[in-house]
Design a protein around this ligand. Structure first.
Ligand code: 13P
Ligand code: SF4
Length: 332
């Protein structure tokens, strides 16, 4: 059992009752008997001066129970750049933790399960980007943040689904290499005059949605509004009422209050928004991201207790990858 909690740690301000579970390292089963995992994590967070960043796809007990900051990939990157916490726990996938580390090279960044990958990040390597640069000399490279630091390091600038068109147009080039999501590239190409050169990466969650899903649900649920993430196939986006990043999808539901809504994205997001927006009916075909679902209260607690697993990025890669992320953040 790890025992590296500081012996002289102060009790958190919300009192001894909450502090008791973590004042001495105990077995998880023993802690379970004394306090809920959420209470233990909250106490550990204070002790470690840690912040938990959670993506919109995390389960409700993480999203509503222990996260300090929730959001889409862009918001998480922005807030990671601003935090004064000493330790960042990324309740999300590995590339998100890497991005947080790039922006906070001197802080401890933890990913509760390092196996939390992403089919998009796995679809391309740094060597692939170098080959594309050779094939299209002088054409700038925009990479979706859903990539490894190694790929970001080969790029001119990063983007997220929330700012992709703006980033592409910021470059002042008539052609852009846009990596690695084929469907996001297609979505961007439809909204700009810039010629987009894409790659064949896909999100294994969003590629499963079909126009038939939408037609069936519209038939079964009168007045249904369908909103989709741009990682979905183009024919799905065509059949949707609104397309946007996860934060933009949440904004649509909160602002417009459709009577019934179908969010074509990872299905924990509907649970998270439904808990806040109780006057909207959420219709839920459930596609789970197996990578996002690797993060649990148990491994968040363990990460805070042991300060492992840490995310590290080799210095030579980090400097170049950071430049691409910071360039994105400089665009409003
Ligand atoms: P956003 O939250 O940036 O829209 O990204 C969706 C996603 O699939 C992240 O893995
Ligand atoms: Fe990657 Fe898709 Fe999972 Fe997001 S939902 S982490 S894009 S596999």
């Amino acid at each position: 059992m790890p025992t590296d909690l500081p012996a002289t740690a102060d009790a958190p301000p919300n009192g001894p009752a909450l502090y008791r579970p973590v004042e001495r390292p105990t077995a998880p089963q023993e802690r379970r008997g004394e306090a809920s995992p959420i209470a233990v994590i909250k106490a550990l967070k204070q002790q470690r001066k840690a912040v938990i960043l959670a993506h919109n796809y995390q389960t409700p007990e993480i999203y509503h129970g222990v996260a300090d900051i929730v959001g889409d990939s862009l918001a998480l990157a922005r807030r990671a750049a601003e935090t004064e916490a000493e330790v960042i726990v990324m309740a999300g996938v590995h590339f998100m933790a890497e991005t947080a580390k790039l922006l906070n090279p001197d802080k401890t960044v933890l990913i509760p399960d390092p196996r939390a990958g992403c089919s998009l990040a796995a679809s391309i390597t740094g060597a692939d980007v170098r080959l594309l640069r050779e094939a299209y000399p002088g054409v700038p490279v925009v990479t979706y943040v859903n990539t490894s630091a190694e790929v970001k390091a080969e790029s001119d600038i990063c983007c997220t689904s929330g700012n992709a068109v703006e980033v592409v147009e910021s470059l002042g080039s008539d052609r852009v290499i846009f990596l690695p999501d084929e469907y996001l590239a297609n979505y961007v190409a439809r909204q700009t005059k810039v010629r987009i050169i894409g790659w064949h990466g896909r999100c294994e969650v969003h590629e499963q949605f079909t126009p038939d899903d939408i037609a069936r649900h519209r038939e079964a649920f009168q007045g249904l509004k369908v909103i989709a993430h741009p990682e979905c196939p183009p024919e799905v986006l065509d059949a949707a009422d609104f397309v946007g990043s996860t934060a933009q999808m949440i904004g649509y539901v909160k602002d417009r209050r459709p009577g019934r809504v179908l969010l074509l994205t990872e299905c924990s997001m509907s649970d998270n928004v439904a808990a806040e927006v109780t006057d909207v009916e959420f219709v839920r075909p459930c596609n789970l991201c197996p990578h996002m679902k690797r993060i649990t209260l148990e491994n968040i607690e363990q990460a805070l207790l042991t300060l492992e697993p840490r995310v590290e990025v080799p210095a030579a890669v980090a400097a170049r990858a950071r430049r691409a992320v910071e360039r994105m953040l400089e665009i409003g």
